[in-house]
Design a protein around this ligand. Structure first.
Ligand code: ADP
Ligand code: MG
Length: 700
């Protein structure tokens, strides 16, 4: 039997009454299978003895001792028992609040096994939280590693251990593995029953870790299976190989006032090969802000133009789409490429001719927002789709495109550096080009941290830059003043910046609530230099390109994710001038918060920042990735388990290539993310595994 088929309700286990059923349900534990995958959050190592003398200043004790007497303190209802103990190394006492009855169970002269946390009080070792049994009565409690579980309601560790022991003994031992044996045998992995036993009832911490890693490998396997399958299917979707004329691409390269970087050249070559391959291209083009991805994408697009095929470029916001359109006009119009812009803000009257021209093949490259993929948009021959900032769109949009019956080549650009581990999980079926070289002459942005209250220095610095003719961004976490949050907001700071701080300079305000044409007109003014200081929210985050802007001031910087800070900082340092980022932080910053900001100061390498963010906060905070549910594991931990993830990926690919018909696991109980990601449609989650877990996040 497979784990996911183990749908016996947890209430069948002895000790699980009505109340416990409810508490278990709130942890997402409905079935015995759920229970078996309710993994310990920690362990207490009682595999070794720790006598009293070993914890002179206090700590965890695990020893065998003699009860030397009883004592009481307090009066009346507050009268409290103290049990006095001695082991071979020293003495200690147990304070039994509300448990005076223990005097009867544990009389003077009895030998006991005792484990607990002791602190030093008035020169004596004392414990109020301990487990004690008559010596030798329950050896497993004092000689093994104890699992510590996430709890809810009135559940106790004791009940969890008891029910899990039953579940392991009665049900786990005959579970069959859903993983091909080839994958399992390598690397000393445990079988599923062994792994479950090791993780719940380990003999020592090494065994617990081995069990966890074994389960993690299974999670990665289920994660990678649909991804690998998509990659293989894509490469099997054979089409006629073709070659596009290269003249136009070469002409564009010659028309540039600069030389391509090695990274751009490599990426362009890879995309050219993709375009000629016998299966559709699906490539992720990643690289730090400003490394020249957009230009590389245009260079790929003109190949298709030369071959008489159409390209659609989709950006996440209207602002960015407009900017791409402006750049395209600059680079491509002189070469005779026919461009068009399309978004939801076009009137019906404006839409009509664009759609007609598109259908007639009179437009080569159309640039816009996701409106490009509404039902009434029809292409004559869509050859290439370029999506900017993939993770904002998510995997779903991609699927929708293909559902339209189109199978164009696909190029995804991401300026948000995605750590390798996440890229593998989320975009494992894409080929990847990474541009690591920056255009020459870029000076790294200098980053300064400033505590709130000392912003004046920052403002003075910015003023000097403005006087030298440069421009500045000021970014705030809120659009407008909020009653609930004592934070600076863009709207009120706009007034202050304009009236008090920089009265001699023109100040503008931009945020997501403004109408599209208003946003556009403000950005245009900023990019023409008519606005010197732009107060903004994170709408300026991605892609906005004004080379003369040299200062990026981010107030309440601790409110932003590292990825967002990195994106914001990438708005400056885009021209020849030295640029600066100022991160203004709250004095109440946590240690982790401080570490994060220090990372920002130390490096401008987006990939390192993303990895650090993952380490410091876990994957949950990376924009969009959490929503995609791609990293909601039980046993696996990233980035720690990266090597395991890579191994699972390689082995899954090898297995599927040998046997493409291999049954996809229908059994989702072991998957960390039953309903998640693009794989969801392919592997049906077992009942009770996904829905039941919704509320469990907090407690785990
Ligand atoms: P990305 O999309 O990666 O953020 P862009 O393609 O928008 O980067 O390029 C950023 C800026 O650098 C643009 O103004 C672009 O014209 C310029 N640029 C691109 N490639 C080069 C290059 N090889 N040398 C100099 N400047 C470049
Ligand atoms: Mg860009």
């Amino acid at each position: 039997m497979y784990l996911s088929e183990l749908r016996i309700p947890a209430s069948r286990l002895t000790g699980v009454g009505l109340k416990a059923v409810r508490d278990f349900a709130s942890l997402g534990v409905l079935t015995v299978a759920d229970l078996l995958m309710h993994l310990p959050r920690d362990y207490e190592d009682r595999s070794r003895k720790t006598p009293f003398a070993a914890v002179r200043g206090g700590g965890a004790v695990n020893t065998t001792a003699l009860i030397t007497g009883h004592d009481y303190f307090g009066f009346g209802a507050k009268r409290t028992l103290k049990i006095l103990l001695r082991d071979e190394t020293g003495e200690a006492e147990l304070v039994c609040f509300g448990r005076n009855f223990l005097a009867e169970n544990f009389p003077q002269g009895m030998r006991v096994d005792i484990a607990g946390n002791f602190t030093l009080r008035g020169g004596r070792l004392q414990s109020t939280s301990f487990e004690m049994e008559s010596a030798g009565a329950r050896p497993e409690l004092f000689t093994s590693v104890l699992s510590i579980y996430p709890l809810a309601g009135k559940l106790s560790q004791k009940l969890l251990r008891k029910t899990l022991r039953q579940a392991c003994e009665k049900f786990a031992f005959h579970l069959e593995d859903e993983i091909p044996p080839e994958l399992l045998a390598a690397g000393g992995n445990l079988s599923l029953p062994q792994a479950l036993k090791a993780v719940h009832f380990p003999q020592n911490l090494e065994e617990a870790e081995k069990g966890r890693a074994s389960l993690a490998l299974r999670e990665f396997f289920f994660l990678q299976m649909p991804v690998a399958r998509r990659a293989i299917e894509r490469k099997a979707a054979v089409r006629t190989a073709r070659t596009y004329p290269r003249g136009l691409q070469e002409k564009l390269i010659k028309s540039l006032p600069f030389r391509l970087t090695p990274g751009q050249e490599a990426a362009i070559e890879e995309m050219r090969r993709d375009s000629e391959a016998a299966y559709p291209m699906a490539r992720l083009l990643q690289g730090d802000v400003g490394c020249g991805k957009t230009l590389a994408a245009f260079l790929a697009a003109v190949l298709f133009t030369a071959g008489g095929r159409q390209t659609a470029l989709m950006a996440p916001t209207e602002l960015l789409a407009r900017q791409h359109a402006d750049n395209a006009a600059r680079y491509l119009e002189p070469l005779g490429v026919r461009l068009a812009f399309f978004s939801g803000s076009l009137s019906a009257k404006e839409r009509k001719p664009v759609l007609a021209a598109l259908g007639a093949g009179e437009i080569d490259i159309i640039i816009g927002t996701h409106a490009l993929f509404s039902d009434d948009v029809e292409f004559r021959d869509l050859g290439l789709v370029i999506i900017d900032e993939q993770h904002r769109f998510g995997v779903a949009q991609r699927a929708r495109l293909f559902a339209k019956g189109l199978s164009p080549d696909l190029l995804v650009m991401s300026a948000t550096p995605i750590p390798q581990t996440l890229a593998l999980s989320a975009f494992g079926d894409l080929d990847v080009s990474t541009i690591t070289t920056m255009p020459p002459g870029r000076k790294p942005v200098e980053t300064h941290l400033a505590q709130e209250g000392k912003e004046k220095k920052v403002y003075d610095w910015v003023r000097r830059e403005l006087e030298a003719g440069r421009q500045a961004y000021f970014v705030y976490p809120l659009i407008e003043e909020s009653e609930a949050l004592a934070l600076k907001d863009a709207a009120s700071m706009y007034t202050r910046l304009a009236e008090e701080i920089f009265p001699r300079f023109s100040v503008g305000l931009i945020h997501s609530k403004l109408a599209e044409d208003e946003k556009r007109s403000i950005m245009e003014k900023f990019s023409r230099g008519e606005i010197a200081v732009l107060a903004a929210t994170s709408v300026v985050e991605v892609g906005v390109d004004v080379a003369n802007a040299t200062c990026m001031v981010i107030e309440h910087a601790e409110r932003f994710g590292l990825a967002a800070l990195h994106q914001l900082r990438g708005r400056v340092g885009r021209g020849a001038f030295q640029s600066y980022a100022f991160l203004v932080f709250s004095p109440e910053l946590t240690d982790v918060g401080k570490k994060r900001l220090r990372v920002m100061k130390e490096t401008t390498d987006g990939f390192r920042i993303a990895e650090e963010d993952l380490l410091l906060r876990g994957p949950g905070d990376l924009t969009g990735i959490r929503q995609a549910g791609l990293l909601d594991f039980r046993a696996a931990r990233l980035p720690g388990d990266t090597a395991l993830l890579l191994r699972a990926r390689d082995e899954v690919r090898a297995i599927l290539e040998k046997d493409p018909g291999l049954l996809l696991p229908q059994h989702a109980a072991l998957r960390g993310n039953p309903g998640a990601g693009a794989g969801a449609a392919e592997a049906a989650p077992a009942p009770g595994t996904s829905a039941g877990r919704a509320g469990a996040g907090e407690a785990r």
